[in-house]
Design a binder for this molecule. Structure first.
Ligand code: NAP
Length: 253
């Protein structure tokens, strides 16, 4: 792996959410341009080896710094080292961004209803999109659906409200929909595919999936992505290919 592909950046802040979830920001070099929804490849020196992982960017394409949302994978070569990050530490950043989970990929149907379905740290690309004024101006309805195991894992809730106020400027079609799967008393506590199959998700937001007007993006647990895709297809939605179709996906690990 050639080191010239990377720039060396500095950690600016670290925010722990739980024992296994945290966010961090780092310097952004002027050459690093990305579209909301894309991911960066970040490298960490572990001994003599450069270990690299993909991370969706949380911050907006207009921010001066880069923010990321991470889970600590037990015994993971990358995150178990990353969790010991300190302000001022250095990280490698690959100079180009990656990924096609961007709103620009949708041509047909035309933008109207946007469903952003995430589990865990798969929330990250959607936070970037919600900090882009264009997202809010394009869509009549925006539903951010975020599934976690326990309420303590619900990160970014206040920031999401702030984003809706700052970037949405009172957009009346925005709904934030938390799902807490291991707390039976939570209003929504079943897994995403079940909530789609039994109609509870649509009932909760008051809008139906519609092949003529729905754009739906999935990001997170690969099994969730696969099973939710099937549930949506059963409702008549199609995979987005070459700009046409309703469903766009990103597996997260
Ligand atoms: P998770 O197990 O992905 O759970 C997060 C949410 O997704 C929960 O609400 C969970 O529901 C739901 N979910 C899980 N499988 C699903 C499925 N097939 N369909 C629909 N929903 C589903 O939890 P996490 O904390 O984000 O990640 C757990 C583990 O995944 C980590 O410990 C790590 O090993 C791995 N991970 C790896 C990376 C990586 O970059 N390598 C990144 C993230 C996570 P339930 O409560 O019903 O399970």
């Amino acid at each position: 792996m050639s080191i010239e592909k990377y720039s060396l950046e500095k950690v600016l802040s670290i925010q722990p959410w739980t024992d296994t979830l945290f966010s961090f920001t780092m310097t952004r070099p002027a050459h690093f341009k990305f579209t909301a929804g894309q991911f960066a490849r970040i490298g960490l020196k572990v001994g003599d080896e450069l270990v690299v992982r993909a991370y969706s960017v949380v911050s907006s394409p207009f921010d001066e710094t880069l923010e990321f949302f991470s889970i600590v994978v037990p015994d993971g070569a990358f995150t178990s080292n990353l969790q010991h990050l300190r302000i001022g530490d250095e990280l490698y950043l690959e100079k180009i961004p990656y990924g096609f989970l961007t709103l620009a990929r949708y041509q047909l149907p035309l933008p109207k209803d946007l469903w952003l379905l995430a589990t865990g740290t798969g929330l990250a690309p959607f936070l970037s999109m919600l900090q882009d004024f264009e997202t809010w101006s394009k869509y009549q309805h925006i539903h951010l659906v975020y599934s976690v195991r326990t309420a303590s894992e619900l990160a970014y809730v206040e920031r999401i409200q702030e984003m809706a106020e700052t970037f949405g400027e009172g957009h009346s079609g925005f709904k934030f929909v938390p799902i807490i799967t291991r707390e039976p008393n939570a209003v929504l506590h079943q897994r995403l595919p079940q909530l789609i199959e039994n109609g509870e998700l649509e009932q909760f937001v008051g809008l139906q999936f519609n092949p003529e007007s729905t754009h739906v993006m999935l990001c997170g647990n690969p099994e969730m992505v696969e099973e939710t895709k099937e549930a949506l297809k059963a409702r008549g939605l199609s995979m987005n290919r070459r700009g046409e179709g309703n469903i766009a996906v990103e597996n997260y690990w």
